[in-house]
Ligand binder design. Structure first.
Ligand code: PMP
Length: 441
């Protein structure tokens, strides 16, 4: 693998080395792998990527999830370009695409009665937490260990599960997380205990979950988990917040709420909600809860919570989201991408069985997980041990990510693969033969 990088990727090595002088660590956001060095990408089309040295790859990163239609999808690009020609990317004033996007989301997810556009999934989670606190008058928020909700202080990853490391916790004062409680994955008994405990102190503002299970279903939630969380939220007067940054429009046009048949009070969006364009984020849900955001037009600004900023709800991102969502509905993209995910998963399972590899592969439609069974699933029922293993797992999957790349496949950190509508049977089968080469090493 190292030889391959040395001989095939000199331009990537040179530019990413140079980046170390001006960019901390040489990397700003790289979801694939950094070992032995990151690849510099110059082209993205449908199911494929090209790097600076001219190598091509099958793209199962898909930017980390937003491009369900496939990368660089021309029909959306063309319509976004028309909007830019007319109004440029931002005016700071109301634009019809803000409303069209909100109406579109409501069409496919009727429980999103109102929607506020923001700049990222991280911001949208922050807004959801603030709204839940304002609406309920309570301050405690409960989340699930191992779930990722962005990088805000209050919702930082791997917060307080005893004995685990706290990712991203440097620079966050302990007090910032004093109103956040964290559960072991899938532990409904613990959820109930925390809700009871908080009731004695005033109550819980919200329970925030990734409905597929922590980290986009890396640890899959039991089928009835969300319904049970819904019941507990109702019993204790806490709002249920679904983080659908990954699942929204990916597991179906109705998102994970439609998939599980569970209606949350608030839903957090990101990624696909701007169709792969920048400023992808927003929060939506019950009209009475969303009313806490106010209009900003009634002269009573103090009565409402304030969220958003200069580029929030800009015409470019809203138009891109609107066109992409309508195009996903027209083309049935979540289902098409889901079938590709199923085909990829079945094929990987055959390769694992054929070679007796210590791997597990599982998917929910277009979200495919490929994990080392030794590190991960044997400890499925021992979350503390599981989360402790995160260190070695990270190293292993990063090395696997580099090995897959050397055979022409880009994954998310060597362990997750997002399929898109561009993944035809031929693309998936080509990828499977490349995986077979890696597994034969
Ligand atoms: N929630 C989930 C479930 C996510 O996967 C992510 C991003 N990977 C976020 C929130 C944060 O979104 P963003 O990166 O847009 O801030």
């Amino acid at each position: 693998v190292l030889d391959w990088f040395d001989t095939r990727c000199p331009a990537s090595r040179e530019i990413t080395d140079r980046a170390k002088q001006r960019i901390p660590g040489g990397v700003q956001h790289n979801l694939a792998f950094n070992y032995p060095f990151p690849l510099a990408i110059t082209g993205a089309h449908g199911a494929h990527l090209t790097d600076l040295d001219g190598n091509t790859y099958v793209d199962f990163l898909q930017a980390g999830g937003p491009t369900i239609l496939g990368s660089n999808y021309a029909p959306v690009n063309e319509r976004v370009a028309e909007v830019i020609r007319e109004s440029g990317p931002v005016t700071g004033l109301f634009h019809e695409y803000e409303l069209k996007l909100a109406e579109s989301i409501h069409r496919y997810m009727p429980h999103v009665e109102m929607y506020r556009s923001l700049g990222s999934g991280t911001e949208a989670v922050m807004a959801a937490v603030r709204a839940a606190r304002a609406f309920t008058g309570n301050s405690v928020v409960i989340k699930v260990g191992g779930a990722y909700h962005g990088w805000s202080d209050t919702m930082v990853y791997g917060l307080r599960v005893p004995g685990t490391y706290r990712m991203n916790a440097k620079g966050i004062p302990f007090g910032a997380t004093s109103r956040t409680r964290e559960l072991f994955p899938h532990d409904l008994g613990a959820l109930k205990r925390k809700l009871v405990e908080n009731r004695a102190r005033g109550g819980t503002a919200a329970v925030v979950v990734e409905p597929l299970g922590p980290e986009s279903g890396t640890r899959p939630a039991p089928q009835d988990f969300n319904a049970r969380v819904r019941e507990l939220c109702d019993e204790f007067g806490a709002l249920l917040v679904f983080d659908e940054v990954v699942t929204g429009f990916r597991v179906g046009m109705g998102g994970a709420a439609g998939y599980f048949g569970v209606v949350p009070d608030l839903t957090v969006f990101g990624k696909a909600v701007a169709g792969g364009y920048p400023m992808a984020g927003g929060v939506g849900g019950r009209a009475d809860v969303m009313a806490v955001f106010g209009s900003g037009l009634d002269g009573k600004s103090g009565a409402h919570i304030q969220v958003g900023g200069t580029l929030s709800a800009n015409p470019l991102s809203c138009a891109a989201g609107y066109f992409a969502i309508e195009e996903m509905a027209r083309t049935n993209a979540p289902v098409v991408a889901g079938r590709a995910g199923d085909r990829l998963t079945r094929g990987l399972q055959r390769l694992i069985d054929k070679r007796g590899l210590p791997y597990v592969v599982y998917n929910t439609g277009s979200i495919v997980h490929l994990e080392s069974s030794g590190v991960m699933l044997l400890d499925m029922h021992n979350p503390v041990k599981l989360l402790k293993e995160k260190g070695p797992r990270k190293e292993l999957i990063e090395q696997m990510g580099a090995a897959y790349a050397a055979h022409g496949i880009i994954t998310l950190a060597g362990s997750r693969l997002y399929t898109s509508m561009a993944d035809t049977d031929a693309v998936v089968d080509d990828a499977l033969s490349r995986f077979d080469e890696v597994f034969s090493l």
